[in-house]
Design a protein around this ligand. Structure first.
Ligand SMILES: C[S@@+](CC[C@H](N)C(=O)[O-])C[C@H]1O[C@@H](n2cnc3c(N)ncnc32)[C@H](O)[C@@H]1O
Length: 202
């Protein structure tokens, strides 16, 4: 089992970078044996995190539109000796409901998104407003009740502010009896261009 940054008996640890916050939060949401989705595999850092948390009895489905990213993630999973519990899918997260077996719809405990472009990769390939909103709806279909979606959203790159705005509009209109949405951001730090949205299915 991976040791994430752990707030332990120091909740102040949560007031940190959004990436740290989401890892601490998700480490509590994701349990051994769970089914989860990494909607933006990239270099595979989150995929390894999820794989180690759900353990050998769990399952991780990972999506990315870039084959080289999936190859890097595959190597990272091997190097980190992650359990053999990951299915990597070369395709857009907006199609996750169609690409995943019908029997797991309504059974997934967490879907993680880390938006923007692949660090060290082609900066022109970014997540986009229309597909991300479709992907949030698809993720809500896959989630079980009390399941959680996390979205780390960047506004510092071209296209980022428009994507963040589309997500805000989409998620603020989600019916409160279907989902609860929480937005977190740092205000006085370079990471203030990053924000985190947490969505709980009701
Ligand atoms: C910030 S990176 C993800 C970082 C990754 N979570 C990690 O731990 O290394 C964003 C990724 O989203 C991918 N992406 C862009 N559009 C996508 C889409 N429609 N579906 C799935 N992945 C997409 C990009 O190819 C890129 O690898």
């Amino acid at each position: 089992m991976l040791s994430p940054p752990d707030a332990g008996d120091n909740p102040a640890m949560l007031i940190s970078h959004t990436i740290t916050y989401v890892k601490i939060f998700m480490a509590h949401v994701v349990q051994p044996g769970d089914m989860v989705v990494d909607a933006t595999v990239g270099n595979g850092i989150d995929t390894v995190f999820l794989s180690q948390h759900v353990g050998p009895q769990g399952r991780v489905f990972g999506f990315d539109v870039q084959a080289p990213a999936l190859n890097k993630a595959r190597k990272r999973l091997q190097n980190k000796e992650a359990p053999d519990n990951v299915t990597l899918i070369h395709g857009g997260h907006e199609c996750m409901a169609q690409r995943l077996p019908a029997e797991i719809h309504g059974q997934v405990s967490a879907v993680m998104f880390n938006l923007g472009y692949l660090p060290g990769g082609d900066g022109r390939i970014i997540t986009r407003p229309d597909t991300i909103c479709a992907a949030i709806d698809a993720a809500l279909c896959l989630l079980k009740r009390e399941g959680v979606i996390s979205l780390v959203i960047y506004t510092g790159h071209p296209g980022g502010p428009e994507e963040a705005e589309a997500i805000d509009q989409h998620c603020s209109a989600l019916p409160p009896d279907k989902a609860r949405v929480m937005r977190c951001t740092m205000y006085n730090h370079p990471a203030s261009k990053t924000r985190l949205l947490l969505i709980k299915k009701r």
